[in-house]
Design a protein around this ligand. Structure first.
Ligand code: TYD
Length: 211
């Protein structure tokens, strides 16, 4: 079966992911690849509705387990409706966050049991894992200072800094656990420098016309 390429992008809030995703998309498009850009939570009608429940500041009473299950539900919908069919059609899927966000935020951040998260997500991802994951590595102290000041910060962004530090060190642990898949990218550099490093990995993974 012809199969595309699945790229996920991770990092703490305000790590510069969005800018890098746009550059990544442009780079791959100029090389002639068919790109599907999507995000979590969201990317489908149902997922976007779940997203608004999750990020709404009025959802303060949400339990950690309910939160974990809602992220997984949005993921299940996205995998089935968007990711699987796109990969089957030989496209490159770039997903702004995927399962590692649940390990980092709900696992390391909230302290939920990792095995429980893995189990719930096994049915959500239905056998689909990213071929490569970029972790945009920047300390939340630096990254969040800008956004916390913003009146528009969402429910998760308004969490205390120590939560974001747990998430951040969680990502670092995940990167050490899965070095073949998760590539930490030092994001405390200029946009161009960061993009250049990303392109190096993109060239590696697309070379040889494997898909
Ligand atoms: P978003 O505004 O997309 O943030 P960002 O631009 O930083 O990606 O909001 C997504 C939020 O949801 C973000 O704070 C991370 C959180 N999240 C989880 O806690 N668990 C998950 O499984 C996912 C996908 C996201």
């Amino acid at each position: 079966m012809k199969r595309g390429l699945f790229i996920s992008v991770e990092g703490t809030d305000g790590s510069g992911k969005t800018t890098q995703i746009e550059l990544m998309e442009k780079y791959l498009r100029t090389k002639g690849y068919d790109i599907v850009l999507t995000r979590e939570p969201g990317g489908t009608n149902i997922g976007e509705r779940i997203r608004s429940i999750l990020l709404d500041t009025s959802s303060a009473e949400m339990t950690y387990t309910a939160e974990m299950l809602l992220y997984a539900a949005a993921r299940a919908q996205l995998v089935s409706q968007v990711i699987k069919p796109s990969l089957k059609a030989g496209k490159i899927v770039i997903c702004d966050r995927f399962i590692d966000s649940s390990y980092a935020y709900q696992g390391f951040g909230r302290g939920l049991d990792m095995e429980e998260i893995a189990q719930v997500n096994r049915s959500a991802i239905d056998g689909i894992m990213p071929d490569i994951t970029f972790f945009f590595d920047i300390s939340p102290g630096d990254a969040l200072a800008r956004r916390m000041a913003s009146a528009e910060a969402d429910r998760i962004e308004k969490e205390k800094l120590d939560f974001h530090m747990r998430v951040y060190s969680g990502y670092k642990k995940l990167a050490l656990l899965y070095p073949e898949r998760i590539k930490p990218i030092d994001s405390n550099r200029s946009i161009e420098e960061v993009h250049k490093e990303v392109c190096g990995y993109l060239d590696q993974i697309t070379q040889g016309g494997a898909f």
